[in-house]
Design a binder for this molecule. Sequence first.
Ligand code: GTP
Ligand code: MN
Ligand code: MN
Length: 444
Amino acid sequence: EKPGLELAVVSVPSYACQRHTPLLHHNTTLTDALSILAENAELSENEGRGVAFRRAAALLKSLPQEVRGAEQLRGLPCLGEHSLRVIKEVLEDGVSHEVETTTHSEQFKAMKALTGIFGVGAKTADRWFREGIHTPSDLQRSGHTLNRAQRAGLQYYDELNLPVTKSEAVAIGQIVERAVHAVLPGAEIILIGGFRRGKQTGHDVDFLITHPDEGREEGLMPKVVSWLEAQGFLLYQKTTRNSYLESKEGPARPASNMDRFERCFSIFRLSTDNEGREIQTGREIQTGDDPQTYSPTLTNTDPHTHSDTHPHSKTDSHPLPQTLVFPKPQTSDFPRLPQTPDHAQKVSWVLGHSQCSGPRSWRAVRVDLVVSPYSQFAFALLGWTGSKLFERELRRWAVHEKAMTLSSHALYDRKRTQYLRASSEEEIFAHLGLEYIPPCDRNA
Ligand code: GTP
Ligand code: MN
Ligand code: MN
């Protein structure tokens, strides 16, 4: 018997929404391996298999200690035969043959590269792969007709695949705040997605927007988008009504709210000065324990835009708005911190790959905006904070354990045949008979 933990006697609940899953955990070698297989399954449109690997990985993320031997896993839920086999292999040999084969496979590499283009999903990427298109350059050369999203995705490919840092998220948040308050004072803007869960980097920045006076938020998105466009902050945007998004999720949405939930997928043009240090809005951005010295500027240096004429430019010294909530930095004594790319390196990399000539003082960043009526705010907040697996597990718990239907709009009790109101995430967890799990512990 190896010394240390006896995980088998630790009782671990089987739904990820019953567990605390911190961002930093003790089993990254194992979860990295399982994540590759999950990703491969998802890219092959084998969703069930993908979920099985994701559940196994999430279980390992929630364990209080490092797993050193397979015997420690006895009695734990969520570990299927295939996942267990991979875990054992990694524990014994340091690597899994299947994971190695996958990461080196031409198909996996091509599918990752092609779905890495904004606007390209697994189906499209697979079709192109079978035509011999393996890289974005192949695609560009192929002369395929691309939609607007895909053209933008190709144009900003390199930058959109650079992680977005927390300071960039803060800077984007200030722009969104200005835009929203310019068209609807009193609106609330909340950072959601991975950054709300305490992640230091993300593939995009997600915001939820609402207004305490129900109804005031109606028609907000087009106005916000117009403001952002007029200021030169948008490289791409597509605004959609939400009505189709949850249509497969049963009766959990009041019909009257069918078309009131709007979202916008966008690409922001975020200014960065060449030194990458100065903040030109006259106020300091609080980045907590973030060791980075870099903070992006909010100033729009492009001569074609009109930021200088806007009342909130440069000399604006308003304090940080109360409603803009950013997660506290997480203290940690874990060995593997997520690596934030070095800014100097990043800038030269971007400049080196830029399609326009000459130095550039901005970068492209993916941003998602969601507008929610106030009465659905708690559900939207819970539904858009993630992680994706945590959300999936919440809905599975609701259906199978509580006979309820949960969506980003509402919670419906099938036995009592009524919607359950909630004005906070805590109330939703309570309705579901779950212990409250804070955002930083939803990294399943
Ligand atoms: P990174 O952006 O990679 O850092 O991770 P993330 O967790 O922020 O992922 P992402 O931005 O893709 O999604 C954020 C949250 O929004 C996740 O919890 C998703 O479940 C949720 N989400 C994304 N798209 C949709 C959608 O179409 N409908 C609903 N209801 N939720 C969505
Ligand atoms: Mn995100
Ligand atoms: Mn997103």
